[in-house]
Design a binder for this molecule. Structure first.
Ligand SMILES: Nc1ncnc2c1ncn2[C@@H]1O[C@H](COP(=O)(O)OP(=O)(O)OP(=O)(O)O)[C@@H](O)[C@H]1O
Ligand SMILES: [Mg+2]
Length: 159
């Protein structure tokens, strides 16, 4: 059992930087589940992940609120899902979750994932974001993977 990593960011750019550090550690098959209230910074964290997996800075990463899933090509393929409007785990599967999961070069990031925790793999990297002030967010990263220690070191080196 590993202790979750707590990251406090005091600007949007720091949440992006934290996501980027995580993105650089990801491998095909990984799932990142994001939870936290409206405006907590889930989408900005995923933007950072996209940069970390090598999605070009020219490519805007925007919230998949209406399309539910967006795909970005970097060194890996990022599947960015917004589960806010999904009513059931079946709807998540209908989006093609199983196909995304079997893409050997695919990484999945799901916003509002807490309601679907039971259909996500045990190896999922869970990121919980909370408001701690107008520009301050507290991120808790729970990841049963030795890479959490690498992320911790990266964050300690500065965001
Ligand atoms: N420290 C911070 N980290 C992240 N975002 C911050 C921070 N401080 C201010 N913000 C602002 O908070 C907002 C976060 O928006 P974002 O779309 O990333 O949240 P979200 O959790 O994805 O929301 P939603 O539930 O609507 O999908 C942005 O406007 C961002 O600039
Ligand atoms: Mg969002």
């Amino acid at each position: 059992v590993t202790v979750p990593l707590e990251i406090i960011t005091t600007a949007t750019a720091q949440t992006l930087a934290a996501g980027r550090l995580l993105g650089a550690l990801l491998r095909g098959g990984d799932v990142v589940a994001l939870s936290g209230p409206l405006g907590a910074g889930k989408t900005h964290f995923v933007k950072g992940i996209a940069r970390g997996i090598g999605v070009s800075a020219d490519e805007p990463v925007v919230s998949p609120t209406f399309v539910l899933v967006r795909e970005y090509a970097g060194d890996l393929t990022l599947y960015h899902i917004d589960a806010y409007r999904l009513g059931s785990a079946d709807e998540l599967r209908e989006l093609g979750l199983d196909e995304m999961r079997t893409d050997p070069d695919g990484v999945i990031a799901i916003e509002w994932a807490d309601r679907f925790a039971d259909v996500l793999p045990a190896s999922t990297c869970r990121v919980e974001l909370a408001h701690s002030g107008p520009e301050t967010r507290t991120l808790r990263v729970a990841w049963p993977d030795p890479r959490l220690a690498e992320l911790r070191r990266g964050v300690e080196n500065g965001l």
